[in-house]
Design a protein around this ligand. Structure first.
Ligand code: NAD
Length: 303
């Protein structure tokens, strides 16, 4: 998933520290322009039998697994498609990794979701020990991926870590998709188009800047145990407040249009990332205001 939003930033970081980076991406939502020219791209699907050859030939030390169907709304409409990519595609990847002899086998670092894996939380912010009761097929398929990692460790000794990401935002996020509200609002506001809020605007999310997330992947690959780490700020922002903040940064003066809530969307979620702080030495560095400003600047250049 290295041509995608988060993946391409991770690739930039790995290249900048001198790593050789090989990307597998089918470019379904990722873009070639996102991809660092020093990275080698295998334009294939993670469900393809060819994946095994790529892993065998390249023999990676670490596999960062970010390729996914990543929209809650799409998963609610097409749960089979979501499972084919997020469960069977991931299993195909784990099988490719398992085929490598154990002394040369890669560690897998998996991009899971803190936003959709817990379901509607019993208390906030949510720690990793909270029960996982996803209310969307996307949350279910990511949970299945985590469960399989544990199983592959038990049966085959696979090494892995999981990062459960909050709502990630930043430059290169697709503003035309159904997920990624900061990019969607930003593009619409810059174009002077109406902004749509699903529900009453009081839904709260934990927005984490992509640069902070890249550091979490790096730290998880180096120091993470075979377990899951929440990656978020611990703070909740109502979607209407986010829209107001962005409108004032952009100079947009239209009121948002209200639309019915979408199936699978939660009311409130924010993540307790104490475990990542204690075990990985990770904490968020970028404040929402400066992350939003950077994202809006990027969207301006794309207009
Ligand atoms: P993205 O859509 O930009 O990135 C996903 C990448 O995977 C794209 O480049 C896409 O082309 C590729 N891909 C999709 N299906 C593929 C397939 N079958 N075979 C090969 N490549 C495929 O999304 P993103 O926001 O960068 O998300 C990256 C990962 O982080 C995903 O696993 C997502 O579920 C997870 N995540 C994202 C967020 C967020 O807020 N963006 C939050 C939690 C978890």
């Amino acid at each position: 998933g290295g041509a995608g939003f988060i993946g391409s930033h991770l690739v930039d970081r790995l290249v900048s520290r001198g790593d050789r980076v090989v990307v597998v991406d089918n470019l379904s939502s990722g873009r070639r322009e996102n991809l660092n020219p020093s990275a080698e791209l295998h334009h294939i699907d993670i469900r393809s039998p060819d994946l095994r050859n790529v892993v065998k030939t390249e023999s990676p030390e670490v596999v960062f697994h970010l390729a996914a169907q990543m929209s809650v709304a799409v998963s609610a409409r097409e749960p089979l498609l979501d499972a084919e990519i997020n469960i069977l595609g991931m299993l195909n990847l784990l099988e490719a990794v398992r085929a490598v002899p154990s002394d040369a086998r890669a560690k897998v670092v998996f991009a899971s979701t803190g936003g959709a894996i817990y379901g509607e939380p019993e208390s906030l912010p949510v720690p990793e020990t909270h029960p996982c009761r996803p209310v969307s097929p996307y949350g279910a398929s990511k949970l299945a991926g985590e469960v399989y990692l544990g199983t592959y460790r038990a049966v085959y000794g696979l090494d892995y870590s999981v990062v459960r990401l909050a709502n990630v935002y930043g430059p290169r996020q697709d503003p035309h998709g159904e997920a990624g509200v900061v990019a969607i609002f930003g593009r619409a506001m810059l174009a002077g188009e109406p902004v749509r809020i699903f529900g009453d605007g009081a839904d709260e999310r934990d927005y984490i800047f992509v640069g902070d997330v890249v550091r979490a992947f790096e730290l998880a690959s180096e120091r993470g145990g075979p377990t899951a780490y929440n990656i978020g700020t611990g703070e909740g922002i109502a979607v209407a407040t986010l829209a107001r903040q962005m409108a004032s940064l952009i100079g947009y003066d239209r009121a948002p249009v209200q639309a019915p809530p979408r199936p699978g969307d939660l009311r409130k979620i924010r993540l307790d990332a104490s475990k990542a702080r204690q075990e990985l030495g990770w904490q968020p560095r970028v404040q929402l205001a400066s992350g939003l400003a950077e994202t809006i600047e990027f969207l301006r250049t794309r207009q």
